[in-house]
Design a protein around this ligand. Structure first.
Ligand code: 13P
Ligand code: SF4
Length: 315
């Protein structure tokens, strides 16, 4: 306990010395979220990375979030606690194969989820996150031909909500694919009054049962503002930390994965972020995120487009 307090104090001292800002995603461990200057979903973290006046940005999340911060603030040093914190969804879309897919479909606009490499973003017209994907798709004319990648579940969800027929890349997130419909139905019997909160990266069979489908920030907002006191949560279990903090009298029950005796569904990549590694990255000024300058310049355009549309929409 004392060691952890000492470590937190050392991180805060180094942060001040380096004029650094710490940004954390909701899926990181509670201790990281508690020490961060900003905690949020992918859109919020991108918005903060684009506007901070700190010299150093530390992204406690996964690699693509570090890349997005670097693309938006190329003159700043962007650090991550663990450079091997990747994302199975981003890995499911290789840039060379995605380019071939785009070339096979001339005349299509290309929309990419933010959970992609910088190289995939560089092939994209507009980036989206789960906070703004539906609205950004709806900002295109009804008959616009659209390619959407890489998440097939999010793509299917957007198609069903908007009535579009976007062409989907066949990628997915290994965490969100894992939720067990069998265990979810059993939990619904135990908690018949609970509302079901679902991230749109989940499979259709889970999304169909949801009371709220949205980004981590949207699920949190729904839970805090709801009159109901019990929630089943079908997204990575790190979000429960902020849910319990903002609504301490409510009950949040994580929906478990199918192939595990564990009751939570954790992203192993997000959980690579620890206080020790956060301290070390500030001390050693590495691992640093760098992006090839040609890719950075091209990838910046669709991210800025997303931020511009989100601002207009008040998101
Ligand atoms: P959010 O933008 O909803 O926080 O999602 C990020 C993510 O990685 C989901 O798996
Ligand atoms: Fe990627 Fe899935 Fe982890 Fe989100 S939960 S960072 S999509 S692997």
């Amino acid at each position: 306990m004392k060691e952890s307090v000492d470590l937190k104090n050392k991180i805060l001292e180094l942060k001040k010395e380096r004029n650094a800002v710490i940004m954390a995603h909701y899926y990181t461990i509670g201790e990281i979220q508690d020490i961060a200057d900003f905690v949020g979903d992918s859109l919020y973290l991108a918005q903060k990375a684009a506007t901070t006046d700190a010299d150093v940005i530390v992204i406690c999340g996964v690699h693509f979030m570090g890349e997005t911060a670097k693309i938006l603030s190329p003159e700043k040093v962007v650090l991550v606690p663990d450079a091997s914190a990747g994302c199975s969804l981003a890995d499911s879309c290789n840039a060379t194969e995605f380019k071939t897919f785009i070339d096979q479909h001339p005349g299509y606009k290309v929309l990419s989820y933010v959970n992609t490499t910088a190289a995939v973003k560089a092939l994209t017209d507009v980036v989206v996150t789960s906070s703004n994907a539906v609205q950004i798709v709806e900002s295109f004319p009804k008959d616009e031909k659209i390619i959407f990648g890489p998440d097939r579940n999010l793509g299917n969800y957007i198609n069903s909500v908007t009535g579009r027929n976007m062409l989907l890349w066949n990628g997915c997130c290994h965490v969100h694919e894992q939720f067990s419909i069998r265990k979810l139905l059993a939990l619904k019997e135990i908690y018949p009054n609970a509302k079901l909160l679902v991230h749109p990266e989940c499979k259709d069979s889970i999304v169909k049962l949801a009371d709220c489908v949205g980004s981590t920030a949207a699920l949190l907002k729904f839970a805090v503002n709801s009159d109901v006191n019990e929630f089943l949560v079908a997204t990575e279990a790190g979000i429960l930390h902020e849910m319990k903090k903002q609504a301490p009298n409510k009950l949040f029950i994580p929906v478990p994965p199918e192939d595990s005796s564990c009751s939570c569904n954790d992203c192993s990549y997000m959980k690579l972020n620890t206080l020790e590694k956060l301290y070390a990255c500030l001390k050693n000024n590495q691992p640093e995120i760098n992006v090839d300058s040609a890719i950075l310049d091209r990838a910046r355009l669709p991210i800025l487009k997303m931020l511009e549309i989100s601002e207009k929409l008040g998101l």
